[in-house]
Design a protein around this ligand. Sequence first.
Ligand code: HAM
Length: 433
Amino acid sequence: MKISAPRGTFDILPEEALRWRWLEAAIRRVFDYYGYQEIRTPVFEHTELFQRGIGETTDIVEKEMYTFNDKGGRSLTLRPEGTAPVVRSYVEHKLYSKGGITKLFYMGPMFRQERPQAGRFRQFHQFGVELLGTESPLTDAEVITVAVELYKELGLTDLEVLVNSIGCPACRKKYQEDLFSRLSSLQELCESCLRRLEKNPMRILDCKNPRCRELTKDVPAVTDYLCPACRDHLEKTLSFLDKAGIDYRLEPRLVRGFDYYTRTVFEVINAGLGAQNAVCGGGRYDHLVEEIGGPPMPGVGFASGMERLILTLEQQGKFAGFSSAPQVAFAVLDETLAADGFALATRLRREGLTVEACLEVKSLKAQMRAAGKLQAKFVVILGEDEWKDGQVSVRRMADGEQWRVDREEVCRFIKDLLDRDSSGREQERGSFS
Ligand code: HAM
């Protein structure tokens, strides 16, 4: 029996991996501009971290975690998200002791046992930032700006930024009570909403069920309940975004599914993706560090789903012309020249060309066909007579033009031709800068 990848997971095959590498390089480049430093945490953590950090009554902790006991009987969980682990590491290594603001970024696989569908997987990849050490609304504006500018750098258009504030625990308490008294008589709410009503009524606003949305369409907005300090924080965040030219829409129904959020929450949406349309989600979490055993220390961050971003990039035609084709392929016509061909290919690689060496000596026709399949730009051909004269042939595959070139000169010769044809080269190799 064949064994396939588990449901909700997938392999990233070589052609697809090229896109991922391009995306990863762009993400790192933008985080460098903004001064975020990379942090890598384990793929599994003590289960308690997520129970305490994300919240016992959230969908993720209630239903979606991959939790197991190791041989020592400890309960461990594959990380469903990156914020709680990064904050755990920040506390464990006392990164706050340096004082000031700490700006971290991460990238890697996350695990949630959700029902797989387009854009929703059980193993998926996120990159994200966490900025710790201040309540300043400038930092809320900064993390939203990092996400938006990154998407611009990727060339994406038609994304919408939704922003809201869910206040602090004090203003939210009154809101939750009022929501409960308004909604508690509504038996037609879906099963999850009836459960949410008891535990966290605000989460009902997040329900995608059309009936629940209809029933809750006239409930007051959480922003109507903000205390003066939370209102001021929201207004300042929005004014900083306005000033920086970041477009957004204030969305009073946006509440997000984690208990750690306070004040600002936001998402970036690609409406073209269907039901799973959020490419990014984030917000402020002013009590999470304390919850995980650290000092009182506010934070704000976001995470973006890489699969959904790749889908968006594909939809918007950003991968047209992507290629892993080598610049040079080798064709060796005689077994006795195999070692010389291999040595010359190695030299060309040392000089910075991408080269496919001849690894099987076959007929010229077969080797040219193979080079064509690889979409090599040039083929260096080693024939016995030419080699004796210190020469090789260089064939340009686009038009079949062929030159005899001194073998000491072959690298310079090909580089000159590539420079003249630099537009094509930019597209292929420049994308990995
Ligand atoms: P989240 O909204 O759960 O937030 O996830 C962020 C993004 O990860 C989503 O917008 C989506 O693009 C992607 N994503 C989530 N689940 C899946 C899935 N099953 N399949 C594919 N993509 C998925 C968080 O994880 C928070 N930790 C974000 C954060 C960081 N808040 C503050 N700092």
